[in-house]
Design a protein around this ligand. Sequence first.
Ligand code: ADP
Length: 237
Amino acid sequence: MVNIFRKGGVDFYEISVRIEFVKIVLSGPPGSGKGTQAEILSAQLDYAHFSTGNIFRDHIARKTPIGLQAQKYINNGKLVPDAVTLELTKDLLIHNLKPGIIFDGFPRTIGQALGLDKILEEWNDKISLVIFVELSTSEIIKRLTARRTCLTCNAIYNLDFKPPRKSGVCDICGDKIYQRSDDTEPVIKQRIEVYENQTKELKTYYKKSQMVYEIDGILGKDGVLKEILKLIKKYKI
Ligand code: ADP
Protein backbone atom coordinates (compact mmCIF):
# COMPACT_ATOMS: atom_id res chain seq x y z
CA MET A 1 0.00 0.00 0.00
CA VAL A 2 1.29 3.46 -0.85
CA ASN A 3 0.28 6.51 1.18
CA ILE A 4 1.18 9.93 -0.15
CA PHE A 5 1.26 12.86 2.22
CA ARG A 6 2.52 16.41 1.90
CA LYS A 7 4.68 18.09 4.54
CA GLY A 8 6.44 21.47 4.24
CA GLY A 9 5.52 21.67 0.54
CA VAL A 10 7.16 18.30 -0.23
CA ASP A 11 5.40 15.04 -1.21
CA PHE A 12 6.32 12.00 0.90
CA TYR A 13 5.61 8.42 -0.16
CA GLU A 14 5.04 5.87 2.59
CA ILE A 15 5.15 2.31 1.31
CA SER A 16 3.94 -0.51 3.53
CA VAL A 17 4.31 -4.18 2.62
CA ARG A 18 2.03 -6.58 4.44
CA ILE A 19 3.18 -10.06 5.41
CA GLU A 20 0.93 -13.01 6.33
CA PHE A 21 0.47 -13.55 10.05
CA VAL A 22 -1.70 -15.57 12.45
CA LYS A 23 -4.72 -13.84 13.97
CA ILE A 24 -6.22 -15.36 17.14
CA VAL A 25 -9.23 -13.82 18.90
CA LEU A 26 -9.35 -14.58 22.63
CA SER A 27 -12.74 -13.76 24.08
CA GLY A 28 -14.58 -14.45 27.33
CA PRO A 29 -16.12 -12.64 30.28
CA PRO A 30 -14.03 -10.28 32.41
CA GLY A 31 -11.82 -12.29 34.75
CA SER A 32 -11.90 -15.43 32.60
CA GLY A 33 -8.11 -15.27 32.33
CA LYS A 34 -7.89 -14.24 28.67
CA GLY A 35 -5.43 -11.42 29.46
CA THR A 36 -3.12 -13.79 31.33
CA GLN A 37 -3.27 -16.33 28.49
CA ALA A 38 -2.63 -13.66 25.86
CA GLU A 39 0.40 -12.47 27.82
CA ILE A 40 1.90 -16.00 28.06
CA LEU A 41 1.11 -16.95 24.45
CA SER A 42 2.51 -13.77 22.98
CA ALA A 43 5.76 -14.26 24.92
CA GLN A 44 6.03 -17.97 23.97
CA LEU A 45 5.17 -17.55 20.30
CA ASP A 46 6.59 -14.04 19.79
CA TYR A 47 3.16 -12.77 18.76
CA ALA A 48 1.88 -9.23 19.26
CA HIS A 49 -0.52 -8.91 22.22
CA PHE A 50 -3.33 -6.55 21.27
CA SER A 51 -5.25 -5.77 24.47
CA THR A 52 -7.67 -2.92 23.92
CA GLY A 53 -8.13 -2.69 27.71
CA ASN A 54 -4.35 -2.22 28.27
CA ILE A 55 -4.18 0.32 25.45
CA PHE A 56 -7.06 2.33 26.91
CA ARG A 57 -5.51 2.23 30.42
CA ASP A 58 -2.23 3.48 28.96
CA HIS A 59 -4.04 6.36 27.20
CA ILE A 60 -5.87 7.19 30.45
CA ALA A 61 -2.58 7.29 32.41
CA ARG A 62 -1.09 9.61 29.76
CA LYS A 63 -4.30 11.73 29.68
CA THR A 64 -4.46 11.61 25.88
CA PRO A 65 -7.70 12.60 24.03
CA ILE A 66 -8.48 8.86 23.56
CA GLY A 67 -7.82 8.29 27.28
CA LEU A 68 -10.10 11.12 28.36
CA GLN A 69 -12.85 9.77 26.13
CA ALA A 70 -12.39 6.12 27.20
CA GLN A 71 -12.19 6.82 30.94
CA LYS A 72 -15.85 7.66 31.47
CA TYR A 73 -16.98 4.45 29.79
CA ILE A 74 -14.47 2.20 31.54
CA ASN A 75 -15.20 3.56 35.02
CA ASN A 76 -18.88 2.76 34.51
CA GLY A 77 -18.25 -0.71 33.14
CA LYS A 78 -19.50 0.34 29.68
CA LEU A 79 -17.85 -0.28 26.31
CA VAL A 80 -15.78 2.41 24.61
CA PRO A 81 -17.47 3.34 21.26
CA ASP A 82 -16.60 1.04 18.34
CA ALA A 83 -15.20 3.84 16.16
CA VAL A 84 -12.46 4.62 18.72
CA THR A 85 -11.54 0.97 19.14
CA LEU A 86 -11.47 0.22 15.41
CA GLU A 87 -9.16 3.13 14.69
CA LEU A 88 -6.58 1.59 17.05
CA THR A 89 -6.97 -1.78 15.31
CA LYS A 90 -6.33 -0.57 11.81
CA ASP A 91 -3.16 1.11 12.96
CA LEU A 92 -1.94 -2.07 14.62
CA LEU A 93 -2.70 -4.31 11.65
CA ILE A 94 -0.91 -2.05 9.21
CA HIS A 95 2.24 -1.84 11.32
CA ASN A 96 2.46 -5.40 12.65
CA LEU A 97 5.79 -7.15 12.01
CA LYS A 98 5.29 -10.14 14.31
CA PRO A 99 4.34 -13.62 13.00
CA GLY A 100 0.99 -13.41 14.80
CA ILE A 101 -1.42 -11.27 16.81
CA ILE A 102 -3.48 -12.27 19.84
CA PHE A 103 -6.57 -10.09 20.09
CA ASP A 104 -7.41 -9.91 23.80
CA GLY A 105 -10.81 -8.42 24.62
CA PHE A 106 -11.37 -7.38 21.04
CA PRO A 107 -13.70 -7.62 19.14
CA ARG A 108 -16.32 -7.16 21.84
CA THR A 109 -19.34 -6.22 19.71
CA ILE A 110 -20.75 -7.31 16.37
CA GLY A 111 -19.80 -3.86 15.03
CA GLN A 112 -16.15 -4.43 15.98
CA ALA A 113 -16.16 -7.96 14.51
CA LEU A 114 -17.62 -6.68 11.24
CA GLY A 115 -15.11 -3.82 11.23
CA LEU A 116 -12.18 -6.19 11.80
CA ASP A 117 -13.38 -8.57 9.08
CA LYS A 118 -13.73 -5.66 6.68
CA ILE A 119 -10.18 -4.47 7.33
CA LEU A 120 -8.87 -8.02 6.82
CA GLU A 121 -10.96 -8.58 3.69
CA GLU A 122 -9.22 -5.61 2.08
CA TRP A 123 -6.09 -7.78 2.23
CA ASN A 124 -7.91 -11.02 1.29
CA ASP A 125 -7.33 -12.18 4.83
CA LYS A 126 -9.39 -13.51 7.75
CA ILE A 127 -9.22 -14.50 11.45
CA SER A 128 -7.37 -17.81 11.99
CA LEU A 129 -8.98 -19.00 15.24
CA VAL A 130 -11.56 -17.73 17.78
CA ILE A 131 -11.40 -18.95 21.39
CA PHE A 132 -13.94 -18.24 24.13
CA VAL A 133 -12.77 -18.87 27.71
CA GLU A 134 -15.94 -19.35 29.78
CA LEU A 135 -16.48 -18.79 33.52
CA SER A 136 -19.44 -18.59 35.96
CA THR A 137 -20.54 -15.24 37.43
CA SER A 138 -19.70 -16.23 41.02
CA GLU A 139 -16.19 -17.29 40.02
CA ILE A 140 -15.71 -14.06 38.02
CA ILE A 141 -16.62 -11.89 41.04
CA LYS A 142 -14.36 -13.94 43.32
CA ARG A 143 -11.41 -13.63 40.94
CA LEU A 144 -11.81 -9.97 40.01
CA THR A 145 -12.24 -8.53 43.49
CA ALA A 146 -8.89 -10.19 44.38
CA ARG A 147 -7.16 -9.15 41.15
CA ARG A 148 -4.30 -6.66 41.22
CA THR A 149 -2.45 -5.25 38.19
CA CYS A 150 1.01 -3.73 37.78
CA LEU A 151 0.93 -0.02 37.02
CA THR A 152 3.82 -0.27 34.55
CA CYS A 153 4.08 -3.70 32.91
CA ASN A 154 0.41 -4.82 33.29
CA ALA A 155 1.43 -8.09 35.00
CA ILE A 156 -1.62 -9.63 36.67
CA TYR A 157 -1.74 -10.94 40.28
CA ASN A 158 -4.43 -12.48 42.45
CA LEU A 159 -4.34 -11.99 46.21
CA ASP A 160 -5.85 -15.47 46.73
CA PHE A 161 -3.80 -17.68 44.43
CA LYS A 162 -1.01 -15.62 42.88
CA PRO A 163 0.06 -12.88 45.30
CA PRO A 164 3.22 -10.87 44.55
CA ARG A 165 6.31 -11.96 46.53
CA LYS A 166 6.40 -8.57 48.27
CA SER A 167 3.05 -7.01 49.16
CA GLY A 168 2.04 -4.23 46.74
CA VAL A 169 5.14 -4.62 44.53
CA CYS A 170 5.37 -6.20 41.05
CA ASP A 171 7.66 -9.29 40.93
CA ILE A 172 8.66 -8.48 37.36
CA CYS A 173 9.40 -4.76 37.18
CA GLY A 174 9.33 -3.67 40.85
CA ASP A 175 6.68 -0.97 40.33
CA LYS A 176 3.47 -0.66 42.36
CA ILE A 177 0.55 -3.01 41.84
CA TYR A 178 -2.95 -1.59 42.17
CA GLN A 179 -6.61 -2.50 42.03
CA ARG A 180 -8.15 -1.37 38.73
CA SER A 181 -10.93 1.17 39.27
CA ASP A 182 -13.29 -1.13 37.35
CA ASP A 183 -12.44 -4.19 39.51
CA THR A 184 -14.97 -3.26 42.22
CA GLU A 185 -18.14 -5.31 42.66
CA PRO A 186 -20.75 -2.88 41.20
CA VAL A 187 -18.62 -2.20 38.11
CA ILE A 188 -17.78 -5.92 37.72
CA LYS A 189 -21.53 -6.72 37.71
CA GLN A 190 -22.10 -4.07 35.02
CA ARG A 191 -19.23 -5.51 32.92
CA ILE A 192 -20.70 -9.02 33.20
CA GLU A 193 -24.05 -7.66 32.01
CA VAL A 194 -22.38 -5.95 29.05
CA TYR A 195 -20.63 -9.22 28.23
CA GLU A 196 -23.90 -11.19 28.41
CA ASN A 197 -25.76 -8.66 26.25
CA GLN A 198 -23.17 -7.78 23.64
CA THR A 199 -20.11 -9.95 23.57
CA LYS A 200 -21.92 -13.27 23.71
CA GLU A 201 -23.69 -12.54 20.38
CA LEU A 202 -20.23 -12.64 18.89
CA LYS A 203 -20.12 -16.40 19.32
CA THR A 204 -23.13 -16.78 17.04
CA TYR A 205 -21.54 -14.40 14.54
CA TYR A 206 -18.21 -16.20 14.48
CA LYS A 207 -19.79 -19.67 14.46
CA LYS A 208 -21.18 -18.90 11.00
CA SER A 209 -17.83 -18.57 9.34
CA GLN A 210 -14.86 -19.08 11.62
CA MET A 211 -13.25 -21.75 13.74
CA VAL A 212 -14.72 -21.20 17.22
CA TYR A 213 -13.77 -23.10 20.36
CA GLU A 214 -14.91 -22.88 23.97
CA ILE A 215 -12.60 -23.62 26.90
CA ASP A 216 -13.69 -23.85 30.54
CA GLY A 217 -11.84 -21.12 32.49
CA ILE A 218 -12.14 -23.15 35.69
CA LEU A 219 -9.27 -25.32 34.34
CA GLY A 220 -6.98 -22.53 35.57
CA LYS A 221 -3.96 -20.90 34.00
CA ASP A 222 -2.01 -24.05 33.03
CA GLY A 223 -5.07 -26.07 32.01
CA VAL A 224 -6.44 -23.35 29.71
CA LEU A 225 -2.99 -22.74 28.19
CA LYS A 226 -2.63 -26.44 27.38
CA GLU A 227 -5.99 -26.45 25.58
CA ILE A 228 -5.15 -23.32 23.56
CA LEU A 229 -1.75 -24.70 22.53
CA LYS A 230 -3.46 -27.95 21.45
CA LEU A 231 -5.78 -25.96 19.17
CA ILE A 232 -2.93 -23.95 17.68
CA LYS A 233 -1.04 -27.18 16.98
CA LYS A 234 -4.11 -28.94 15.58
CA TYR A 235 -4.64 -26.18 13.03
CA LYS A 236 -0.92 -25.71 12.41
CA ILE A 237 -1.25 -21.98 12.80
P1 ADP B 1 -11.92 -7.21 31.21
O1 ADP B 1 -11.96 -8.20 30.10
O2 ADP B 1 -11.47 -7.81 32.49
O3 ADP B 1 -13.18 -6.41 31.33
P2 ADP B 1 -10.24 -5.33 29.72
O4 ADP B 1 -8.95 -4.77 30.19
O5 ADP B 1 -10.23 -6.16 28.49
O6 ADP B 1 -10.78 -6.13 30.96
O7 ADP B 1 -11.29 -4.13 29.50
C1 ADP B 1 -11.53 -3.15 30.49
C2 ADP B 1 -12.54 -2.13 29.97
O8 ADP B 1 -11.99 -1.43 28.83
C3 ADP B 1 -13.87 -2.70 29.48
O9 ADP B 1 -14.80 -2.89 30.53
C4 ADP B 1 -14.31 -1.61 28.47
O10 ADP B 1 -14.84 -0.49 29.16
C5 ADP B 1 -13.00 -1.17 27.86
N1 ADP B 1 -12.69 -1.97 26.63
C6 ADP B 1 -11.69 -2.88 26.49
N2 ADP B 1 -11.71 -3.44 25.27
C7 ADP B 1 -12.76 -2.87 24.61
C8 ADP B 1 -13.31 -3.03 23.31
N3 ADP B 1 -12.81 -3.92 22.43
N4 ADP B 1 -14.38 -2.27 22.99
C9 ADP B 1 -14.91 -1.39 23.85
N5 ADP B 1 -14.46 -1.20 25.09
C10 ADP B 1 -13.39 -1.92 25.49
